[in-house]
Design a protein around this ligand. Sequence first.
Ligand code: ZN
Length: 285
Amino acid sequence: MDSYPAAYSPTGYGIHDGEAVVRTPHTVKTLQGDGVDVICELLAVMDGTTAASELIDRIPEGDAEFIDLLYEAGLAYDARAIPAELKTEGWEGLLEPALATMAHASHRDVPERLAACTVAVFGDREPVSGVCSRLQAAGVSVGDGTADDPDVILLSEQLERSESWTDANEQWAASSATLVKTRLTETGWRLGPVLTADARACLNCVYSRVDANKAGGQLFTDVVTGDPPYMAAYTDTVTEILFRALLGVVPRYLDEQFAVYDHYEGRIDTPRVFASPHCEVCDDA
Ligand SMILES: [Zn+2]
């Protein structure tokens, strides 16, 4: 079946010494051989709304093998992956990082997969309201903590250890969902841990350790209010991670880890999450 190739945004490319160097936000590839001119022409015209067959007809020496090469190299995606409303809103870039980790043949099924997904939100809804609207634009059902059989449990908190924290952790332990915890801080945000269904630790482990030795974690008592300058970046980051969790492609750097982002210093720390021995919630999992 015909596909609708699109270049990742932003993609840069050029030909140097007969080699095409193509840079996307996710990879850099050097391509060699007779087809490099054709490949660059294709990159310039693949807009996600023109079928591959039509692109090939339009370009002299165009051939399906060049489009396949761009897919295989992770330099293009099939635009059928983008749910219509997500594209209308201009939010397709939030889904692209997930697509870059998936085989292009599976891209066309993405809208259908997302439409079958549910995210259950625990804790403070307001800081993640932008995330929720982006998920809904992609067809994802967003409910509260009582949502039935969610695919992702999103715990959004200003303060650690509210009741919703315990509820979310227990619901995660009893399900096959992925748990994603996130909060704004005074200087950025604290995203994670992301706990997939077979994670070896849970939130109870994390905070038991904090209690035991005051190391490897921190309890927050401050409340971030208003609209901090990093709010838009926070919304984009959390949305991107949720799309990846829903599609089963959680980034390695977040699996059982925190990512602590400092907006003002431009720094990201990734402390690891360790299981607590004999944890009452996850030890027998
Ligand atoms: Zn545990």
